[in-house]
Design a protein around this ligand. Structure first.
Ligand code: GTP
Ligand code: MG
Length: 632
């Protein structure tokens, strides 16, 4: 944070907010948003001449860098020809779509990026629909035109088709189209004349994004669109000032959630603004005063929540709130009680776990945490597997150790009392020859084909509607079935009728039958019938899952079994055994993989799979009891 006691641009004069543009960049995952912001910052002179800047500098947290995706939206700002352009980079992954929706409330225009080869994808459709419905006028960038397989004119048509489909107004249909390369930092309106820099983009923003409305002289009013949190300042509200101005030290009301209009006789927090910031390049700059039109961050309030309105005490007028999206899947997060509990983690007790989970709610607004009958177990609900696994991955990096159950979808009751479950839109791109096998696999998962079309170059795009449950465990099958050549995206669509029982995992697992250290000799004997998850030297315990059976049904095995030594031969013969590499178990893979009677053990060093019931005898008894119960 940079300290500079000064006024924001909008605070400088009555017509100053015509010198502001507020823009969100929205797109499907990986279409090049963050890379484009890099280039915008660079070309607008936000970096010092010799400043070393990493690629995708805005993807600043370690998980974002590792995965190459944006998880949290980020505010930045550049100056172009005397106008301040506030830019919000948003995440493209569907699990974070709710965040994009909230961001749209603090901007006056959107830049929709569409990959020049992939064309509009499910998330493109989602964010475009939201932006058009809010009446925002888009600028479209057909991006990555440097790709060898780019087909910008086809994609241009597809985007127009999407706009028509989504009932765009005539003004929205009239959106300017640019052909861009985020990577090269170029934009052009005319493919015959290749771009040399981003000037056409900046110009389009000045010309087509309307300046923010709102009277800087009226009573102060601002909607909380996103949150940040610092251990030093507590909750920080980020939003666009709708009306009036605000100064550090002002007494301001923070209104409770509710219907828009004047608020009377409702309890509300009145506090002083302790800190106020605007955005400049990559920094958050501390200021004394800001006015309508600018996007600011402010602190000093205990009850900051998304969708609440800040207002002048003398005129507590509430703005229309922002609905926070409902979670669609849940897992149980359980204190680690495996035989290896406490060996690798720093924070392992139920209290530490509970405190950490509740702390997450400070800024992760689409997340829910609920207690259960057992103090060792909390139910954590979110928008998808990535949403949940990012939290788990963050926690293990912080030193937490815990166990996680198989994800369950969150069902609802329909108007007639019938049971509903979440459905997803699934988009697959794959070579034509694999269509048959994919259809065959998706049928039993209750997928319904919505569209199949030729995407050129011998590939097809298939779109399905499928119960979210039907997707559990599908990704690895899809990759195997298309020999790694297919790509797959899905996003939440709506709630629909419960689809009934779905086929689960087809193959059983190999379960270690005793505690010990894995030996190559043992794996050598097992690998013909199995894909191993463990390697020689790994420690295992009874009930831990060591691999996947190539057939249905679980098998108890001894993975620590040494070769019997004879007098003739010495030990060390292990070196002669050729082992297939173990399958790497990532958190996301594990979440998709496990069955109801299994758990994931997550520690800072390991992700292990286990049976809930560890002892082989107890498992047999439990299975027998289940069969009896089924039969009766
Ligand atoms: N060829 C080519 N590749 C690009 C271009 N822009 C981005 N990429 C690459 O596409 C990948 C994704 O880029 P990002 O900028 O992270 O995409 P994003 O839209 O921010 O992704 P999310 O934030 O995860 O939704 C990276 O590997 C980039 O290097 C481009 O103009 N041309
Ligand atoms: Mg990004």
């Amino acid at each position: 944070m940079v300290r500079a006691r000064r006024k924001s641009l909008a605070a400088k004069g009555p017509e100053a907010h015509s010198l502001i543009r507020n823009l969100a960049i929205i797109a499907h995952v990986d279409h090049g948003k963050t890379t484009l912001v890099d280039q915008m910052l660079r070309q607008a002179g936000a970096f010092r001449a010799n400043q070393q800047v990493e690629e995708r500098v805005l993807d600043s947290n370690p998980l974002e860098r590792e995965r190459g995706i944006t998880i949290l939206s980020k505010n930045t700002a550049v100056h172009w020809q005397g106008t301040k352009i506030n830019i919000v980079d948003t995440p493209g992954h569907a699990d974070f779509g709710g965040e994009v929706e909230r961001i749209l409330r603090m901007v006056d225009g959107v830049l929709i990026l569409v990959d020049a080869a992939e064309g509009p994808m499910p998330q493109t459709r989602f964010v475009t629909r939201k932006a058009l419905a809010l009446g925002l006028k888009p600028i479209v960038a057909i991006n990555k035109i440097d790709r060898a397989d780019a087909d910008p004119l086809r994609v241009h048509d597809e985007v127009l088709g999407l706009f028509i489909d989504l009932d765009a107004t005539p003004e929205q249909l009239d959106a300017p189209f640019l052909y861009t390369s985020s990577r090269l930092g170029t934009a052009t309106a005319d493919l015959a004349r290749p771009g040399t820099d981003l000037r056409p983009l900046f110009q389009a923003i000045l010309d087509h994004v309307p300046p923010p409305r709102g009277d800087p002289e009226g009573p102060f009013q601002m909607l909380v669109s996103t949150l940040d949190h610092s251990s030093f300042l507590g909750r920080i509200a980020i939003g666009r000032i709708e009306r009036g101005r605000v100064r550090v030290g002002d007494q301001v009301a923070l209104l409770p959630l509710g219907a828009p209009g004047l608020v009377q006789d409702e309890p509300m927090e009145r506090s002083r603004v302790t800190r106020l910031f605007t955005f400049e390049g990559l920094d958050r700059v501390e200021i004394e005063e800001a006015a309508a039109g600018d996007i600011v961050a402010l602190s000093g309030f205990e009850t900051i929540e998304i969708g609440k309105t800040f207002a002048a005490v003398a005129r507590p007028e509430r703005l229309a709130g922002i609905a926070v999206e409902e979670p669609t899947i849940s897992v149980d997060v359980i204190v680690n009680n495996s035989p290896f509990a406490g060996r690798e983690g720093k924070y392992v007790t139920s209290r530490q776990l509970r405190d950490r989970l509740y702390r997450e709610l400070e800024r992760n607004v689409a997340l829910r945490v609920e207690p259960t009958d057992s103090p060792d177990t909390h139910t954590v609900s979110g928008r998808g597997e990535l949403h949940l696994s990012v939290l788990m991955e963050t926690m293990r990096r912080e030193g937490y150790e815990f166990q996680v159950s198989r994800p369950r979808v969150i069902t609802k009751l329909g108007p007639g009392g019938e049971r509903l479950e979440p459905y997803e839109e699934l988009a697959l791109d794959l070579p034509e020859e694999f269509v048959g096998v994919v259809m065959e696999k998706l049928g039993p998962r209750r997928a319904e084909l919505l569209e199949l079309r030729n995407a050129g170059h011998g590939t097809v795009r298939m779109t399905f509607r499928i119960p979210a449950r039907g997707l559990f465990g599908y990704r690895s099958e899809f990759l195997t079935d298309t020999r790694g050549t297919g790509t797959m995206h899905h996003r939440f669509l709506d709630y629909g009728p419960w689809a009934g029982p779905l086929a689960g995992r087809r193959r059983g697992v190999l379960v270690a039958d005793r505690e010990g250290i894995v030996v190559a000799y043992a794996l050598g004997n097992l690998q013909e019938r199995a894909q191993m998850f463990v390697s020689p030297g790994d420690a295992v315990y009874e009930g831990m899952i060591a691999g996947e059976n190539s057939r249905p049904g679980d098998m108890d095995v001894n993975v620590s079994k040494e070769k019997k030594l004879t007098n003739v031969r010495a030990s060390g013969s292990d070196e002669n055994i050729l082992l297939e590499p173990a399958r790497e178990i990532t958190l996301e893979y594990a979440l998709e993989y496990i069955e109801e009677d299994e758990l994931i053990e997550v520690t800072p060093k390991s992700v292990r799979l286990r049976k809930r019931v560890l002892a082989a005898n107890d498992r047999k008894k439990a299975a027998r009891a289940a069969r009896v119960a089924d039969a009766s």
